[in-house]
Design a protein around this ligand. Structure first.
Ligand code: URA
Length: 246
């Protein structure tokens, strides 16, 4: 990607002043020392699942079988209100995986994560890092839209968790970017506020895969002044990736 194009996306992220100072953006893969690795906060809420017995079964599925299982899933009740499931999209050998919360109305209609306005900003965040959307894999904690875009319930998250875990196991990303509070808290199994989860490198479950938390693009659209902090998060992720902290 040309510097001019990257600067254009940095501007879209609201970090024009940073760009004007002439510093080069941290491209994905830059070899800098990784940020300090911090352990996730202790588990503080229940993830008891009605389907824990089925977890090991999902853990053996290949991509086609997994996609078919998700498509026909009726475990949590969201099948009653969804238009379709939203499995995930992108490069199945991606080094970068982005995990959001759940499909919204646009995603429910189109069957693809992050296709609405928040998705456009997510694309710009990725471009600012030197990444094309098609290079990364994008998925959500939930594969179905909660009605009215309400927060996912603990049971919905628990029912869907094996699917995301299997996607991570198949992709084996080098880094996971958790976007938004719901994704961060559920991936890290904590109720720590997002502000305290940002700025350090966590590990996803028992995989050891580094995980960096940033704000949800929908929140950044509402609170553009926070974009600068999000850019800090993206740079931390790029340094971590470049430093091979996986
Ligand atoms: N918000 C999310 O968290 N995921 C989507 O796919 C769309 C909006």
């Amino acid at each position: 990607m040309s510097d001019a194009r990257r600067l254009q996306y940095l501007e879209a992220m609201g970090i024009q002043a940073w760009a004007e100072r002439g510093a080069a953006p941290a491209a994905a893969g830059v070899a800098e020392a990784p940020g300090a690795i911090a352990e996730p906060a202790p588990v503080s809420f229940s993830t008891e699942s009605s389907i824990e017995a089925g977890d090991s079964d999902v853990a053996r599925l290949d991509w086609d079988a997994l996609q078919a299982r998700v498509k026909g899933c009726t475990l949590c009740g969201l099948e009653k209100t969804r238009t379709q499931t939203v499995f995930g999209v992108g490069n199945r050998s991606a080094a970068w995986m982005v995990v959001g919360e759940a499909p919204g109305a646009d995603e429910d209609r189109q069957g693809e994560p992050f296709v609405g306005r928040a998705g456009q900003l997510l694309n710009e965040m990725l471009w600012a890092l030197g990444l094309e959307r098609a290079e990364v894999y994008i998925a959500n904690v939930l594969k179905c839209r909660p009605p009215g875009n309400r927060d996912p319930s603990p049971n919905e998250v628990a029912c869907c968790e094996p699917y995301l875990k299997r996607q991570v196991a198949l992709i084996k990303p080098k880094i996971i970017l958790a976007v938004g509070r719901i994704a961060a808290q559920n991936l890290l199994k904590t109720d720590t506020r997002i502000g305290a989860l940002r700025g350090r490198v966590h590990r996803y479950a028992d995989t050891g895969i580094p995980l960096v938390v940033t704000y949800h693009p929908a929140y950044l659209l509402r609170s553009p002044l926070e974009k600068r902090k999000s850019w800090d998060d993206l740079q931390l992720a790029a340094r971590t990736f470049g430093g091979g902290a996986g």
